[in-house]
Design a protein around this ligand. Structure first.
Ligand code: ADP
Length: 560
């Protein structure tokens, strides 16, 4: 029997319309570094998105599923692009502004971006790349910036017979109608691509994930559930996670559904301005990777500030050290860990403890990666080809599937989606590359990325466990552990440690400290104090770089 229900496509267009009408008074607040941030209501942002769609179609001739890229900080214009581009049927391609130039060139060419919307402050980054981006016909500049480099690049492109046109964002949209109905929004197939994002390439080449309207809609609903981020129009969320990092974890779409105001840091991502934003605008929620929270903690230690408005924080992207969670507990800020990937939109788990527990009983749950929402199914692939029981002990590679989980990557031969066997199982599940265990009540604990696990004499050592234990030492600001070749054991851990300012702990003391917390055979014998842990473009420990530094003899290593 067929259902009798209406079949209304789940599209970004509907989220846009809902946000700008039902939650028209909620705000996008963009930090300007000046005395007052810029404030625009959802009604205004929606109106400007409508103008942008009109401009892209009428002035720039964007049609069908052409790719429109953004090279923007988190700000109002970026939110406008988030809605205008998918809703008009084109594909939003968010570019990671921290990638090395050659990777950016590769990605723009791979996606065949036709338009790039760029912040003026990022022109020095984009301009030198333009001669290598033949598919880009239009550059739209938002906000102030020095145009010299851009003008030179445009002249070079013209001389080479591949012209590119430059437009100012405000001039381009000015005078166009803002009413939602003034634009002829196409009725879209909910399974068509709405946005794309390349993985940040921590462990390999970037791969393109194309999110559908349907996956974005369903993911947004999950983000809004109380068991996930659970925000309402009473909230303001500080979105530090970049809009180019998996759609800022889905927040801009989710907030338009429920009227959560967005506080956007633009390019002011240093701990000082972040602390000021929090104190002045008093967001109730925030989202960022652990590195940001580590930095803010050091800032607060130097110059105490009131963070208590921000009762809840979503932290993910890499493992949250329990010591960091404890430190924020003391400041009245509760960090809630989430796990996810570009391929999972990204929400895969969140670590809310089960009901009815004391704070002490809840703690072991809080430090896990969390439990799976209804839209994400999980299994753990064991070493022998079977699947592990959910007993909290049997480890293996995590595999997931669900309506907002990728089933392939964009752009194989002939533009067909492709499914590398190391990333997708034969029956279509995503192989996450993350190693861990699941407890009987469905909580995931990740021990490592498969590529970062240290294989020592046939046993596995979790680099994350060693890092967490080290970062609990009061003298340690950051610690990253990587596998290095060892004559006897195959691999052994190398601990690289960043000490807090003025701290004096020696290697012997740190070793002793670890020995009290983890199995003795896992304690590293190779140690190196470093000035900073190298980070990837999205602020994760870059272990590829550390391994290379070690191999090239660039680290001052003490063995004991
Ligand atoms: P990349 O793989 O290039 O870093 P992603 O941003 O998609 O790009 O990263 C996804 C990966 O980040 C996950 O597979 C996992 O290894 C790691 N990760 C994300 N959240 C967590 C978390 N809470 N704990 C541990 N690892 C995490």
């Amino acid at each position: 029997m067929l259902s009798t229900m209406q079949d209304v496509p789940l599209t970004v267009t509907r989220i846009l319309h809902h946000g700008m009408t039902i939650h028209g008074t909620s705000q996008v607040i963009t930090w300007t570094g000046g005395s007052e941030p810029q404030r625009r209501s959802f009604a205004e942002v929606g109106g400007r998105a409508t103008q942008l769609a009109g401009a892209l179609r009428d002035a720039l001739g964007v049609t069908g599923d052409e790719r429109v890229a953004t090279l923007l900080w988190n700000n109002s214009e970026h939110v406008e692009a988030y809605f205008a581009i998918p809703a008009m049927g084109a594909v939003l391609h968010t570019l990671n502004l921290r990638l090395p130039p050659e990777q950016l060139v590769w990605i723009v060419n791979h996606a065949a971006d036709r338009v790039v919307i760029v912040n003026g402050s990022l022109l020095p980054l984009l301009a030198p790349l333009l001669p290598h981006l033949p598919t880009v016909e239009h550059v739209v500049v938002a906000g102030p910036g020095d145009r010299t480099a851009l003008d030179e690049a445009v002249a070079a492109r013209t001389a080479a017979g591949v012209p590119v046109q430059v437009h100012a964002y405000e001039e381009l949209i000015a005078g166009r109608p803002t009413a939602f109905d003034a634009f002829d929004w196409p009725e879209l197939d909910e399974r068509s691509a709405a946005a794309m994002c390349y993985t940040s390439g921590t462990t390999g080449d970037p791969k393109g994930v194309a999110f559908s309207h349907r996956s974005i809609y369903l993911h947004s609903m999950q983000v809004n559930m109380a068991e996930s981020m659970g925000l309402t129009d009473q909230d303001t969320t500080l979105i530090v996670v970049p809009q180019f990092h998996v759609n800022a974890w889905g927040l801009p779409h989710a907030t338009f559904m429920t009227g959560v105001s967005m506080l956007m840091p633009d390019r002011f991502l240093q701990p000082g301005p972040l602390a000021e934003m929090i104190e002045r605008e008093r967001p109730t929620h925030a989202a960022a990777v652990p590195t940001i929270w580590q930095g803010l903690l050091a800032e607060i230690a130097d110059r105490p500030r009131d963070l208590t408005s921000m009762a809840r924080v979503t932290i993910g992207g890499s493992a949250c050290p329990p010591a960091l969670m404890e430190a924020y507990d003391k400041l009245g800020v509760r960090l809630c860990q989430a796990w996810g990937m570009t391929e999972t939109s990204p929400l895969g788990t969140m670590s809310h403890p089960p009901a009815g527990l004391t704070a002490e009983e809840a703690w072991p749950y809080r430090v896990t990666q969390g439990r799976f929402p209804a839209g994400v199914e999980a299994r753990v692939a064991g070493p022998d080809g079977g699947f592990q029981p959910w007993d909290g002990e049997s480890a293996g590679e995590l595999e997931v599937r669900g309506p907002w989980v990728a089933g392939a990557y964009y752009g194989g031969a002939g533009d067909e989606p492709f499914r590398p066997a190391d990333k997708f199982s034969e029956d279509g599940w995503l192989r996450t590359g993350d190693v861990g265990v699941i407890s009987p009540d469905g909580y995931l604990t990740l021990t490592d990325r498969a590529k970062d696990v240290i294989k020592s004499g046939g046993e596995w050592i979790s680099s994350v466990e060693l890092e967490n234990a080290l970062m609990a030492h009061p003298d340690v600001a950051e610690a990253a552990v990587v596998a290095v070749p060892d004559e006897r054991w195959g691999e052994r851990p190398l601990a690289t440690v960043v000490l807090r300012e003025g701290a004096s702990a020696g290697y012997a003391e740190l070793k002793e400290f670890l020995a009290g917390k983890i199995a003795k055979w896992q304690v590293p014998e190779r140690w190196s104090v470093v000035a900073a842990v190298p980070k990837t473009s999205v602020g994760k420990f870059d272990k590829k770089v550390i391994r290379k530094q070690y191999a090239d003899g660039e680290l001052d290593v003490t063995r004991l």
